[in-house]
Design a protein around this ligand. Structure first.
Ligand SMILES: NC(=O)c1ccc[n+]([C@@H]2O[C@H](COP(=O)([O-])OP(=O)(O)OC[C@H]3O[C@@H](n4cnc5c(N)ncnc54)[C@H](O)[C@@H]3O)[C@@H](O)[C@H]2O)c1
Length: 351
């Protein structure tokens, strides 16, 4: 049984959805596009797609059973609700909403209509993330206690509508939603404190260089950093665990693990070491024989597994991977991060 899909918002990401589904998902045919810009509708026609003349025309097209929404964020809530109420299954781009209150309304619409509703959190299938998640899940370096996750660009301001508050612009909603979602799907414990430093270096309206500290109930803590003005990058991931450290340098996934040799002799531990920093025990390098360097684990992952799961849910009743309730936790953390930044203090919570 095949599915017919329409895309609302045929810009950069709408175009990506169309190409990815057409090339990789046999069970879904992309039929048409609705975009408020005529230029985007003409582009769709040029690619052999049907260009709807209005949102209503799309909503009334009984052939369409899935709609993917890829517009600026401030339109997501109403479009998702309209599509669900027209009987469509809905995939919405991230961030699914501007705040958790909006998302609650969207979830209620999906419960009311019984239609599938999911969010395109494709970065759960990023290779760098999957490597770190594998190390954590399999406890390859013991218990994690501090996680650093960073994306760092150097091209300055947020571009286009991403620079406008009314559209929900800014780093926290753009990349923050990915990094928080990744972390909350790796550390299975409530977030109990959020401390956000949202700086606006270039913009009068939105955050563009940010750090968010998250504290989990199980004792793990994390810093998420998103920069647009960084010229010497930290690693994409730095993972501190009780029995070692892992680093993933960048999206090419170069990196390594250093693991403690648990059987190594420890008599050296009390010896004072004379270093360039003077005599010190704690900061002196460890003897080489007490650690070993390991390659990062191999992982296979593909963004198109997101849509494969959507098809599996619709055709076979499989479990939905990206659930709206998970997105709601992420949006609550984002709400709390905005509050933390406004108050200039860490906010205690239970999310
Ligand atoms: N998951 C990812 O990796 C990823 C990457 C990039 C963008 N995105 C998301 O995709 C969404 C769109 O981003 P983009 O980069 O494609 O933006 P874009 O500006 O390139 O495209 C947005 C399109 O939506 C259209 N549009 C605006 N308002 C509309 C409305 N009310 N109805 C119909 N069409 C409307 C615009 O004309 C434009 O063609 C955002 O939510 C963004 O966060 C996700």
């Amino acid at each position: 049984m095949g599915h017919k899909l329409a895309i609302i918002g045929f810009g950069g990401m709408g175009g990506w959805h169309c190409q990815n589904i057409t090339e990789k998902i046999d069970e879904i045919t992309v039929k048409g596009v609705w975009d408020i810009r005529e230029e985007a509708r003409e582009k769709a026609k040029g690619q052999g797609l049907y260009a709807y003349s209005s949102l209503d025309e799309l909503l009334n097209d009984d052939e369409i059973d899935i709609v993917t929404i890829a517009t600026p964020y401030d339109f997501h809530k109403q479009l998702v609700i309209d599509c669900l109420e027209a009987g469509k299954n809905v995939v919405c781009e991230k961030p699914v909403a501007l705040n958790s209150a909006e998302l609650v309304e969207m979830i209620n619409a999906s419960k009311r209509t019984g239609k599938l509703f999911s969010i395109h959190q494709n970065r759960r299938w990023d290779k760098d993330y999957r490597i770190i998640k594998e190390i954590v899940d399999k406890e390859m370096l013991g218990t994690p206690y501090f996680i650093e996750s960073r994306v760092q660009g150097s091209r300055g301001a947020m571009h286009g509508w991403r620079g406008h508050k009314i559209n929900g612009g800014g780093m926290l909603l753009d990349w923050g939603v990915h990094l928080i979602d990744q972390l909350m799907n790796m550390i299975h414990s409530p977030v109990v404190c959020v401390d956000a430093h949202l700086q606006s270096i270039f913009s009068d309206e939105v955050d563009d260089n940010i750090k968010v500290f998250l504290y989990f109930e199980n004792g793990v803590s994390a810093v998420l950093e998103m920069a647009t003005n960084c010229f010497i990058n930290h690693p994409r991931w730095h993972l501190s665990c009780t029995d070692g450290t892992a680093v993933v340098e960048d999206w090419s996934c170069k990196g390594k693990m250093v693991q403690l040799n648990t059987n190594a002799e420890m008599e050296w531990a009390d010896d004072i070491v004379y270093t360039e920093a003077g005599p010190t025990r704690t900061m002196a390098p460890r003897p080489a024989f007490t650690t070993k360097e390991l390659p990062l684990p191999e992982v296979q992952t593909d963004w198109s597994d997101y849509y494969k799961n959507i098809v599996d849910v619709l055709d076979n009743g499989a479990e939905l991977i990206v659930k709206p309730e998970q997105a709601l936790r992420v949006m609550r953390v984002i709400d709390t991060a905005f509050e933390s930044n406004t108050k200039r203090e860490g906010i205690h919570c239970n999310i």
